[in-house]
Design a protein around this ligand. Sequence first.
Ligand SMILES: Nc1ncnc2c1ncn2[C@@H]1O[C@H](COP(=O)(O)OP(=O)(O)OP(=O)(O)O)[C@@H](O)[C@H]1O
Ligand SMILES: [Mg+2]
Length: 372
Amino acid sequence: MSKELIRLRDLCMAFDDELVLDHINLYINDSEFLTLLGPSGCGKTTTLRIIGGFTTPTSGDVTFDGVRINDVPSHKRQINTVFQKYALFPHLDVFENIAFGLRIPKTDPESRRKVKLPESEIQERVLEMLKVVNLKGFEKRAVSSLSGGQQQRVAIARALALSPDILCFDEPTSALDPELKRIQQAMGITFIYVTHDQEEALAMSDTVVVMDEGKIQQIGTPEDIYNEPKNAFVADFIGESNIIDGIMRADGVVEIFNRRFQCVDVVIRPEDVDIVPEGQGQLKGTVTSVTFKGMQYDIIVDFKGFKWLIQTTDHCPEGARIGIKIDPDGIHVMKKSAYSGMFGDYSSFSEEYDELDDATLSSDEEESGDEE
Ligand SMILES: Nc1ncnc2c1ncn2[C@@H]1O[C@H](COP(=O)(O)OP(=O)(O)OP(=O)(O)O)[C@@H](O)[C@H]1O
Ligand SMILES: [Mg+2]
């Protein structure tokens, strides 16, 4: 598998004087499902447009199979893009939409003459693509009669019909997660997917590239990104976290709620916290909110005024005093970064808590948790 197809080397993009891509370095392998993930304006679409050949970078290189392609126009790249607005032809039926690119005569590399694909081959290819996207029997349908998700699958079939090496997606509007992964595996080609939805990214990708402010924050498998976030931005953006300012007491020993030695951020995922009777807890606090989420309860617990999000299958009523225990594996330590201190206390990003805040703050203050 892992043959390198695309490499972005020190890629920068500036609009006017504003740097929107800041030294992006990334390689993408053959048959990989890679997702660019990050908040609005972080540079995902710009990166995808440079790969697709729609935008020329200000500096840096794009290579395909080791060859620099900065100056190769988009229609000469083995890369197709499924745009957010699928741009289907409304006057053509499903079959003709998918056949469109196949009907355009291609230059034969040997004779240099334009050749048309025989009708029988077009027919075979279109029906094969309809099968891949699960739209068998839809060939005569008007595209206007299709649902959004079906239209999107026609757009994917149209792009796949031309046998690209890479298919790019910029935030498709219909959620296709299991379908898209299946299609990618069936075709065995590289997918580059852009989204700001972390759940989608974690579910489908082999590799996730987390971006913010034109920079890559972390590249890794979904598991790496979730379990070992490199900085507070990634920890906060991926899943929910309790990010705490802490002290490294010694190698592998961290003290929180106190500052003495080298400072670190400590991330504790809500599902890694065990609730125990108050007396047995490493920390003790008061439950200030309980939300039933189907698989678990999301509870917010106040420890010394710091609000933690904890996910538990045990029901703890609001107002209960509880203890918590955290397995050493559940504590992830990160070095200080530009993002340190920007995230943390659950109340800073919880509307749910904001509503609750007014009602409960005064009673919480005096009984906030003691450390043992
Ligand atoms: N043609 C352009 N001229 C000027 N600025 C641009 C241009 N295209 C993009 N930008 C700016 O570059 C930055 C990155 O834009 P980009 O479209 O890549 O973000 P994005 O990550 O795709 O965001 P979103 O999730 O909102 O689609 C933004 O600040 C945007 O305003
Ligand atoms: Mg975008």
